[in-house]
Design a protein around this ligand. Structure first.
Ligand code: SAM
Ligand code: SF4
Length: 332
């Protein structure tokens, strides 16, 4: 398995299938977003060849994201090819759910194991305000289709944005009382041209927890050992539970309590750049290396070297913000 110079095992690749999206969430991209010409993006065979290369290098866990991954042509065929790649042990997707009602079943049959669906509010008007273009009932239809298709456990991602949905925390958390879901509350991260908005409207995790505890009483940490009530980390989420709940709550405090020391991930953008830290600008243009005809061992060596030099962590505490791309251009 590839390692970086800090001894972290890097084996989790998040692949962006497209930079395009059928929504325009306020925390992710500007409304007038410009997308890259399709020729600059990985074509199906390039995407599959690069996935196979990462699996050969020792990557085991794969997540498809975007932009909106379900908006990519041939998404079912791409999932089938990745699921069949030797070395791929886990394959999941992060989606806004808008197209999931029809796609959940074919994606599950093609080998997708789980989905995270973004859902920031239970109120249709607020949902439209946050996503600019979204329709809440379509996302719900997608969530239910995903459950029927066995893409479980369902995880719901809510980015909390001051002035938009901080009052929705209790309602979203209440979903876990009856459903075996994980509702994850995410601190908004600053990226690219909308970083000023993201920095002024961020809601820190401690405030999210205080708001929930005001409504429900103390949250129970989901801990590995009951005598030490320290919440376990599920990926980047610290897990808690409402008293008596079936499901769990996850808090992703990337800004105020970064989990960089445990980071095992790298990202492949839709235009084929390997980005070793979401919040650092540097990347390796793997797609250009592939297109240049460089021999496979040479490309693998360059990738291994880039992984070795993965940045220790982000620089938000020192006000260092990656300005070159917004979230949808990287793959969240
Ligand atoms: N379109 C899909 C979706 O919305 O689920 C996948 C791509 S989206 C960029 C991946 C995840 O990043 C979503 O859960 C989204 O809510 C989250 N996200 C977007 N912008 C963010 C930001 N500035 N800070 C934290 N999370 C963000
Ligand atoms: Fe699209 Fe996802 Fe970004 Fe929303 S968060 S604009 S759904 S890529």
């Amino acid at each position: 398995m590839p390692e970086d110079r800090f001894g972290r095992s890097i084996h989790y690749l998040r692949i962006s299938l497209t930079d395009r999206c059928n929504l325009r969430c306020v925390y992710c991209m500007p409304e007038q977003m410009h997308f890259r010409p399709r020729a600059e993006l990985m074509q199906d065979e390039e995407l599959i060849a690069l996935t196979q290369m990462f699996a050969r290098l020792g990557f085991r866990k794969f997540r498809l994201t975007g932009g909106e991954p379900t908006a990519r042509e041939n998404v079912v065929e791409i999932v089938r090819a990745i699921a069949a790649t030797p070395g791929v042990r886990s394959l999941s997707m992060t989606t806004n759910g808008m197209l999931l009602e029809k796609l959940a079943e074919p994606l599950a049959r093609a080998g997708l194991e789980r989905v995270n669906v973004s859902l920031d509010t239970l109120d249709a008007q607020r949902f439209h305000r946050i996503t600019r273009w979204g329709a809440l009932e379509r996302v719900w239809a997608g969530v239910h289709a995903a459950e029927r298709a066995g893409l479980v456990p369902i995880k719901l991602n809510a980015v909390v944005v001051r002035g938009y949905n901080e009052d929705d925390l209790p309602g979203l958390a209440r979903l876990t009382l009856e459903n075996d879901w994980q509702v994850r509350f995410i601190e908004m991260m600053p990226l690219g041209s909308i970083r000023d908005f993201q920095q002024t409207q961020v809601v820190p995790t401690r405030e999210m927890i205080a708001r929930l505890e005001a409504a429900f009483g103390p949250l129970e940490p989901v801990s590995a050992r009951p005598e030490t009530p320290v919440p376990i980390l599920d990926g980047e989420a610290r897990l808690y539970r409402l008293p008596g709940a079936t499901g769990t709550l996850g808090f992703i405090a990337s800004v105020t309590q970064p989990f960089c020391a445990q980071c095992s991930r790298a990202r492949l953008t839709a235009d084929g750049r390997l980005r070793l830290c979401l919040l650092r600008e540097r990347d390796l243009d793997v797609l250009s290396l592939l297109r240049s005809g460089l021999a496979r061992p040479e490309i693998e060596a360059r990738v291994g070297e880039a992984i070795w030099h993965k940045p220790w962590g982000h620089g938000l505490a020192h006000n260092v913000v990656a300005a070159n791309r917004v979230m949808s251009e990287i793959g969240g």
